[in-house]
Ligand binder design. Structure first.
Ligand code: FAD
Ligand code: FES
Length: 263
């Protein structure tokens, strides 16, 4: 039997859900673990090394992949994943009953607030953490959610959809919808998650209008637990800043403190 390293969990996948295109959801069940999770946190996950045959083994990399918590209801924890490369391809092969290896929950997560008028902005695979966040916030805040993707298979339920190819919702970048909405809906807080250029543009708009904004950053991660510093990003102000780790001090940062021009 394999020795389990400290912090390394193994959980059976109890169900798998197919979504559009290359998206799927893996569900595990762990009440105690669910109590530790907060919106915006993530797990490092990978398929258990025993899975796969000789052909598959090329698709079972040793590296864990950072995946946000998509849903957490009484210990029913979901990971909403897009297959993009070899790591997520190995996860895409998993089925109910297979074993998932996990480390987490990791990272700081979003602040959970009440009495605010909130705009959520997600792009692509930035959608899952905001789904969990809106479920936690919906009863105590007014929320409007903008989501953008490349095409129809990259969009999911929200209030307003943008696609780059115009195949669904409004055509263009999701950030084109932000400025008007901030005014019309008297938004006083923005939470965003998605590709770096989207976050930077969202930050520029919010800074200009002096609206509080928290962004969850995407970064390439090696260790995922604060050891390698491979995920560090410049945080502070132009006179005094430091490299902070997305996996440890993040992934959520006050957007006005991110030095977007140095990324
Ligand atoms: C905190 C955090 C939470 C995340 N949550 C989710 C989630 O809930 N669901 C999900 O599907 N994905 C999520 N991701 C992204 C996911 O971790 C990457 O897609 C995955 O690591 C890609 O690994 P791979 O081996 O499949 O592909 P790779 O072979 O590593 O990459 C395939 C392609 O994707 C690009 N790429 C890989 N990683 C990133 C990245 N982080 N940012 C930008 N481009 C990248 C590469 O340039 C390459 O073109 C998250 C990332 C972070 C940092
Ligand atoms: S990925 Fe190693 S320190 Fe963040």
């Amino acid at each position: 039997m394999n020795e389990i390293k400290p912090g390394l969990l193994q959980r059976a996948i109890y169900s798998r859900e197919e979504l559009s295109g290359d998206y799927f959801i893996l569900w595990i069940w762990d009440e105690a673990l669910g109590k530790l999770c907060r919106p915006g946190q993530f797990f490092e996950i990978r398929a258990h090394a025993s899975l796969g045959d000789a052909e598959d083994s090329r698709c079972l990399p040793k590296l864990f992949k950072p995946i946000s918590i998509y849903e957490n209801a009484g210990g029913r924890i979901g990971f909403f994943i897009k297959k993009v490369g070899s790591g997520t391809a190995s996860l895409a092969k998993l089925k109910a009953g297979d074993t998932l290896e996990l480390i987490g929950p990791l990272g700081n997560g979003f602040p959970v607030v009440s009495g605010r008028r909130i705009l959520l902005v997600s792009g692509g695979i930035g959608y899952p953490p905001l789904w969990y966040l809106q479920k936690e916030l919906i009863n105590h805040n007014l929320i409007f959610w903008l989501h953008g993707g490349a095409g129809q298979s990259d969009v999911f339920p929200c209030d307003e959809v943008w696609t780059m190819d115009g195949s669904f919702g409004k055509q263009g970048m999701v950030t084109e919808g932000i400025a008007n909405l901030l005014n019309d809906k008297k938004i006083d807080l923005v939470f965003s998650c998605g590709p770096m250029p989207m976050l930077a543009q969202c930050a520029a708009i919010c800074t200009n209008l002096r609206i509080e904004h928290y962004a969850s950053l995407e970064a390439y991660m090696a260790c995922g637990i604060g050891v390698c510093h491979g995920c560090a990003v410049p945080i502070g102000n132009p006179d005094k800043w430091d490299y902070l780790r997305v996996c440890k001090e993040g992934p959520v940062f006050k957007a006005e403190e991110v030095l977007w021009n140095l990324m």
